[in-house]
Each structure stands twice: as C-alpha cells, then as structure tokens.
Write a protein that binds this ligand. Structure first.
Ligand SMILES: NC(=O)c1ccc[n+]([C@@H]2O[C@H](COP(=O)([O-])OP(=O)(O)OC[C@H]3O[C@@H](n4cnc5c(N)ncnc54)[C@H](OP(=O)(O)O)[C@@H]3O)[C@@H](O)[C@H]2O)c1
Length: 241
C-alpha cells in the first residue's frame, strides 16, 4: 500500500487530508504535538501511524526519520498564524515563532526526510494565498508563507529530473481552528474537506501550483501584480483597520 506522511494532521486541513488519503487506500503517517489529540481524531491502527513532536525540535524530526519507512508522499502542512497588531511596536518574539514553525522547521523536515522519498513520490508544501501580496498585520505570517512559496519553487527547480513531484498549495480562507480565531470578514471561505479534495486532486494531476477557491485566489493574484503603491492605497482604503 502507498504511504504518505502529513504534518499538522491533528486538525483542520491536515486532518481532512489524512482522511482523504485513507479513503484513497494509503497508509497515513499523521504528525502533531499531542498524542491524545491525534488519538481522539484518528485512532492509531494498521493504516494510521502517529508521530508526536514539536516542529521546533530538530532532533525529534531526525529521530522520526530513523523510524520512518520509505514514503510515497510527504505533505508539509503544519503551520500557525499570529498577527502583528501594532507594526510600530514590532513583536520580534511573535515574528520568530511564526517564521520558525512555518518556514525554518520545513528546512529540518527536508533535511531529515527527503531521503525517504522514492522516485515517483510527491512533496507538497502548504503555503497560503496570503503570500501573493502584503496584507495588513501579516508581517510574520505573510513573510513565512512568501518564504515557503519561494522554497517550494526552488525545490521544484532543483528536484527536476529526480522523479519527485513538487507542489505548493495556496489556499484562500478555509474554516479551521486557525481561522476561527480571526476577527475580520473571510470571503469565499470553504470547508477543510473541500480544501483537502482540491489538494488531493491537484497532487493526483501533478499540478505544481494548487490554489483555491479560484474566484478568490485569482483576485488576490491580480492585486499582487499591481504596482505596490497602487495596492498600498487600495489596502488602506478597503482593509486596513
Ligand atoms: N485555514 C486557512 O484558511 C488557511 C489558509 C491558507 C493556508 N493555511 C495553511 O494551512 C496549514 C494548516 O492550517 P489549518 O488552517 O488546518 O490550521 P489548524 O487547524 O490550526 O492546524 C494546524 C496544524 O499544525 C500543527 N502544528 C502547529 N504548530 C505546530 C508545531 N509547533 N509543531 C508541530 N505541529 C504543529 C497543529 O498540531 P497540534 O496543535 O496538534 O500540535 C495542527 O495539526 C497551515 O500551514 C496554514 O498556514 C490555512
């Protein structure tokens, strides 16, 4: 049976993806920080393996590599979101937390786990459509995801010919614990099951840039192409608090 590893599989998009890959007949290696949380949503079984560690713990990520079997896919989905509420009093601890979990940890995973992927396997980075353009209060989150998208594109260039298929995912708003904390309107929001289906199909179709819902992501892409000064004026008028 094919085997896939998914980070951040204890809730939201990662959990929905784990369920989708199980349905497709995969053995699913699900990662999260809490054994209890993983057990409550996806009890360990013949088809579900639990891996509990914090992504800031490089040694733990390498320890997982020692015990992992060869994999047919890795989905680097785990992430967090916190906002910089006052840019004039920049919170560097928050900045470090978000860059660390969303970007630096991905480097640890690549170093530790890439050798587990056989030719024909897939490697998926879950970034965000927030990376398309500078959004208010997203100094940390947006920078981490813009960095992740750049990393994914570079890996795609450097892994060309290796037989490993790289994809990067740019979701719009998805209803998960991460967005349930948001205090602003979230247009075109979809469910985590819809997001998982889009990602699953995108990977099956060997799509590099998987983005959804398209009516929202194309709009963000368009604004991202505008000169920065034009976008700054629009953002100040429409969305800056
Ligand atoms: N929801 C959206 O609208 C949206 C939009 C664009 C992109 N995304 C991206 O999609 C990915 C999944 O987000 P989600 O919305 O599904 O959020 P979520 O429901 O909050 O899930 C986040 C997952 O990441 C794991 N995680 C967080 N910090 C971790 C750490 N330090 N070590 C290990 N695991 C950690 C969590 O596991 P535990 O807490 O159990 O450890 C959880 O399983 C993220 O990368 C997010 O940036 C989401």
């Amino acid at each position: 049976m094919p085997e896939v590893l998914i980070t951040g599989a204890s809730s939201g998009i990662g959990l929905a993806l784990a369920r989708r890959y199980l349905e497709a007949g995969y053995i699913v290696h699900v990662c999260g920080r809490s054994k209890e949380k993983l057990e409550s949503v996806l009890p360990e079984s013949e088809y579900i393996r639990h891996w509990c560690f914090d992504l800031s713990d490089k040694a733990a990520i390498f320890d997982v590599a020692e015990r992992l079997p060869p994999l047919d896919g890795i989905i680097l989905n785990a992430g967090g979101c916190e906002y910089i509420d006052d840019a004039r009093h920049f919170d560097s601890a928050l900045f470090e937390r978000i860059i660390s979990v969303n970007l630096i940890s991905v480097g640890y995973c690549l170093e530790a786990w890439l050798g587990k992927l056989a030719p024909g396997a897939f490697l998926v980075f879950v970034s965000s459509s927030a990376s398309y353009l500078p959004l208010p209060r997203a100094e940390a989150y947006g920078a981490s995801k813009a960095g992740l998208t750049y990393l994914a594109k570079t890996m795609d260039v450097d892994l060309a010919g290796s037989g490993i298929q790289v994809s990067v995912v740019h979701p719009g708003f998805v209803d998960t614990p991460l967005t349930q904390k948001n205090d602003f309107p979230m247009p075109c929001q979809i469910t985590s099951e819809q997001a998982a289906e889009r990602i699953f199909r995108g990977v099956e179709n060997k799509q590099f840039d998987i983005h959804f819902p398209r009516r929202f992501t194309y709009l963000l892409k368009f604004f991202g192409w505008l000169p920065h000064t034009v976008w700054r004026r629009l953002a100040a008028k429409w969305i800056k608090r």
